[in-house]
Design a protein around this ligand. Structure first.
Ligand SMILES: Cc1cc2nc3c(=O)[nH]c(=O)nc-3n(C[C@H](O)[C@H](O)[C@H](O)COP(=O)(O)OP(=O)(O)OC[C@H]3O[C@@H](n4cnc5c(N)ncnc54)[C@H](O)[C@@H]3O)c2cc1C
Length: 369
């Protein structure tokens, strides 16, 4: 009998394991993943400083200090554009590196890592049974955008999804030291990006929110990237696409012993596609709730309250802004307002990467247009 079984060793799962062991040292924590590490994960690789704050609070300090800080963010929309210094730099770290380091940290703190693809889940005598072979008092479901465990606990509300692909390409002179985002003109909402890793390579890609029609083909997405950011994909390799489950104002965590975290809880920011920070934060809360005093009563309920406390308002606000952003003039107004005032730019960054809210000055900037 494990105290906690964590399914999925991405940022959400590895952080959940770390947090459980930090909250209750000596707990028996099993970390399962279908892949061996290091493994790739399709992503823009942009790591917000907020994610590193959560990890530092769990004792994981300087995880990616050897990757160059990226100080500048450029946002473009048609002819309008803004480029400014970020209040705190981000880092662009291949997930093959980032995730493997996080898993190492979880193992170093006492988690047992096992390669295993979970296929089924059922109630056991004293806890939850996975594949009839593993039993744990509490399970953290951190198995990503296509979570098997989320489907097993119930349907939950069907949220919106985006589809995006990424590739790695040599960094162009104009892209050095910055993250560039250019919003699409055709499909809404959509954007292309080029994020400098600082080692001569950039993560480049394109994504769009899926509607009722057919998803875009690979050719359509590469054409969109080339149209929005000409030449950034020259010499590119490692093309791959993946879904992003976008967060909504209403989210779903059932009572009981299965805690959904990260993409399995659909926590990707609908404005930016950022999900690592929310994965790490929800993982930390899930790990704590799994071994907390209330865990014997109802860890699901305790965890739901914790997520609500930390992210509830932010999720409501980003949902409102995401709805507004479906209208092109709103995105243009936001870019123009950020160009006029650093403070508006900072607020928009917090909304897109952290726990920011729709502040009066952002609202005034939008209405001013
Ligand atoms: C193209 C693209 C670009 C993105 N860009 C960014 C960005 O720049 N910055 C950002 O912050 N976010 C970005 N995101 C979002 C980010 O990648 C995710 O939000 C983040 O990876 C979520 O972490 P997670 O731990 O919840 O899930 P994951 O990172 O997906 O980890 C899930 C783990 O579960 C394992 N697993 C799955 N099923 C099972 C199973 N049945 N049994 C055992 N193990 C299983 C998988 O192998 C995987 O290791 C992007 C996403 C995409 C698709």
């Amino acid at each position: 009998m494990w105290d906690v079984a964590v399914v999925g060793a991405g940022p959400a799962g590895a952080t959940a394991a770390l947090a459980a062991l930090r909250a209750r040292p000596g707990s028996r924590v099993l970390l399962l993943d279908r892949s061996g590490f290091p493994r790739d994960k399709v992503c823009g690789d942009g790591v917000a400083p907020h994610a590193l704050d959560v990890l530092e609070a769990l004792g994981v300090v300087g995880l990616v200090d050897d990757w160059a800080p990226v100080h500048r963010l450029q946002l473009d929309r048609g002819e309008a554009g803004v480029e400014r210094l970020l209040r705190r730099p981000a880092r662009v770290v291949p997930r093959k590196v980032f995730d493997a380091r996080l898993v190492d940290a979880a193992v170093a703190s006492g988690a047992e890592l096992r390669r295993h693809r979970v296929r089924s889940m059922a109630s056991g005598q004293n806890g939850i049974r996975l594949d009839d072979t593993i039993e744990a008092r509490v399970v953290v479901a951190a198995d990503g955008a296509h979570s098997v465990l989320r489907r097993a606990v119930g349907p939950g509300p069907a949220g919106r999804r985006a589809l995006a692909f990424r590739a790695y390409a040599p960094t162009r002179e104009t892209g050095r030291g910055r993250q560039v985002i250019r919003f699409g003109q055709q499909r809404q909402p959509s954007y292309a990006w080029a994020f400098d890793r600082g080692d001569g390579w950039s993560n480049v890609g394109y994504g769009e929110v899926l509607g009722r029609g057919d998803p875009p083909s690979r050719d359509a997405m590469t054409a969109a990237l080339d149209a929005l950011l000409p030449q950034v994909s020259e010499g590119s390799r490692e093309w791959q696409a993946h879904h992003l489950p976008l967060s909504a104002a209403r989210w779903w965590q059932p009572d009981g012993r299965v805690l959904l975290a990260g993409d399995a809880l659909s926590l990707v920011n609908p404005l930016t596609g950022e999900g690592i920070y929310y994965a790490v934060l929800s993982g930390a809360l899930a790990g704590r709730a799994a071994v907390g005093r209330t865990a014997s009563d109802d860890p699901g309920r305790a965890y739901r309250s914790a997520v609500q406390r930390e992210l509830g308002r932010h999720l409501r606000h980003t949902n409102v802004v995401a709805r507004l952003a479906r209208h092109r003039p709103v995105v243009e107004a936001a870019v123009a307002a950020a160009r006029r005032r650093q403070a508006v730019f900072d607020d928009l960054v917090e909304l897109g990467l952290g726990r920011g809210l729709l502040t009066p000055r952002v609202l005034a900037g939008l209405l001013g247009r």
